[in-house]
Design a protein. Structure first.
Ligand SMILES: Cc1ncc(COP(=O)(O)O)c(C=O)c1O
Length: 381
C-alpha cells in the first residue's frame, strides 16, 4: 500500500538510537543540546529548544507569550487542531481568519480587515501556519503585527527548509526568528524529520528562550544566578508552574541523525512535486493546485479536484491511501460551541470539499508515483 506520508529510518538512525540506549543517559543527555544546536544552525536562528512534540512546542510558546483568559488570537482554519488548541490551553479565544484560496495560507488582507474592524488592542497575536510546506510572507505579516502590537508564532511544522523571498530578494527560511517571536516544528513520523514524537521551538529572543527552557522542565530555574535560595548542591528551585515537555536523548539522537539527510529528503520532495505538477498541468479535473515553488518544503502535495470523495475511495481500492488536510478547525464540534459554523470561512470550506493530499515522501519510488498518477488519470477519464 502507498500512504500519503511515510518515515524513512536508515541503519545509521538505528545505530544512533542504539548507542544512546547503551549509554548512561536516556533522557537529558548530550544529544539534546547537539540536536538543538544543529537544528538552529540548519534553520538559521540563534536558539532552538527540543520538546516532546509540536503540540507541547505550541503550548510552551503560548505560555511564554502570556496568553491570558479572554485574549484573542488569530489563526487559520486550515491546519491541524493543535495550532488553535494552544490558545485554548491558556484560556484564550481563537479567532479564525479565512485562507487565500490560491495559497491555502492565512489571507493577509482578511487579517487586515479583521484588525481594522476592531478597536486597537483587541488581538494579542497571530499564528500563521506554513501549510503543506509553503512559507507565509512573514515580512508582510510582521509589518501588520507591528502596527497592531501583535506577536507572531510561526507554525512551521510543515516547512523545515522552506523559505519566502523578502523585499530585498533574500531567502528567508521558515522559523529563522527574523519576523516571528517564536516558531515551532514537529518531528512526528510523517514530517521531514522523524523522532517518533518530538518538536522544536526556534527563536532569536534570549528572554523567551530562557523562559521556555524553564517552563519545559516544571518551571525550574535553570540559571543558578537567578535562584532565590540555595540550600546546598542538591538544591533546585521551581519558580513557576511548568511542565515536563522534554525530548528524550534517544529521540534527539534519531532527530540528529535524520537532520543529516534533511536536505536530500527535501530535494526528493521537490522532484516528486515537479512530476505531479507536470502530470496534472492543464487537466480539467484540477480545480486548484499551487504551482511549483522553489521555497515550498512539500510536506504535503495538495490538489483540489471534482468528485474528491469518490476519488479517495477509488484510490483506496487500488491501495493508495490519500488524505484530506484539513477539516477546517472552526467546524470541529469543540470549536462550534464558541459559535463557529458553516459559511463563516467560505474559502476554507470550499477548499475542504475539494482538497486531497497525494502520496509525498522521499522514499516514494518513481514507479509508485507513476501508479498513483495513472490511477488518478484513469479515474477522471
Ligand atoms: C500544522 C501542525 N501544527 C501542529 C502539529 C502538532 O504537532 P505534534 O503532532 O508533534 O504534536 C502538527 C502535527 O501534526 C501540524 O501538522
Amino acid at each position: 500500500m502507498i500512504p500519503y506520508g511515510r518515515q524513512n529510518i536508515t541503519q545509521e538512525d538505528i545505530d544512533a538510537v542504539v548507542k544512546v540506549l547503551k549509554s548512561e543517559w536516556l533522557t537529558q543527555g548530550p544529544n539534546i543540546k547537539k540536536f538543538e544546536d544543529a537544528f538552529a544552525n540548519y534553520i538559521g536562528c540563534k536558539y532552538a529548544l527540543a520538546v516532546s512534540n509540536g503540540t507541547a512546542a505550541l503550548h510552551l510558546s503560548a505560555l511564554a507569550l502570556e496568553i491570558k483568559p479572554g485574549d484573542k488570537v488569530i489563526t487559520t482554519p486550515i491546519t491541524f487542531s493543535a495550532t488553535a488548541n494552544c490558545v485554548r490551553y491558556c484560556g484564550g479565544e481563537v479567532v479564525f481568519s479565512d485562507i487565500n484560496p490560491d495559497t491555502y495560507l492565512l489571507d493577509i488582507n482578511k487579517v487586515k480587515q479583521l484588525l481594522e474592524s476592531s478597536p486597537n488592542g483587541t488581538y494579542k497575536g497571530i499564528i500563521p501556519v506554513d501549510f503543506a510546506g509553503k512559507a507565509n510572507d512573514l515580512e508582510e505579516l510582521r509589518k501588520l503585527a507591528d502596527e497592531y502590537k501583535l506577536w507572531i508564532i510561526e507554525d512551521a511544522c510543515h516547512s523545515p527548509g522552506g523559505f519566502f523571498i523578502d523585499s530585498y530578494g533574500q531567502e528567508q527560511k521558515c522559523g529563522n526568528g527574523k519576523f516571528a517571536e517564536l516558531a515551532i516544528f514537529s518531528f512526528h513520523p510523517v514530517k521531514h524529520i522523524a523522532a517518533g514524537e518530538g518538536g522544536m521551538i526556534t527563536t532569536n529572543d534570549k528572554a523567551l528562550y530562557d523562559r521556555i527552557r524553564n517552563l519545559r522542565t516544571h518551571g525550574i530555574q535553570q540559571d543558578p544566578a537567578l535562584k532565590q535560595f540555595n540550600h546546598g548542591v542538591w538544591y533546585y528551585e521551581m519558580q513557576e508552574l511548568g511542565y515536563n515537555y522534554r525530548l528524550t536523548d534517544f529521540q534527539s539522537a534519531l532527530g540528529l541523525s535524520q537532520l543529516t539527510r534533511v536536505n536530500k529528503g527535501l530535494q526528493r520532495r521537490k522532484e516528486i512535486a515537479k512530476i505531479y505538477n507536470k502530470a496534472f498541468a492543464d487537466k480539467s479535473f484540477i480545480k486548484g493546485q499551487s504551482g511549483f515553488m522553489e521555497g515550498h518544503a512539500y510536506h504535503l502535495y495538495v490538489i483540489e479536484v471534482d468528485n474528491r470523495d469518490d476519488l479517495i475511495i477509488y484510490l483506496r481500492e487500488k491501495e493508495i491511501f490519500s488524505q484530506v488536510h484539513y477539516i477546517p478547525v472552526h467546524l470541529m464540534p469543540y470549536y462550534r460551541q464558541f459559535g463557529w459554523k458553516e459559511t463563516d470561512m467560505p474559502d476554507a470550506e470550499k477548499y475542504y470539499t475539494q482538497c486531497i493530499s497525494l502520496p509525498m515522501f522521499p522514499t516514494l519510488t518513481d514507479s509508485e508515483q507513476d501508479y498513483v498518477i495513472k490511477n488518478i488519470l484513469t479515474f477522471y477519464t
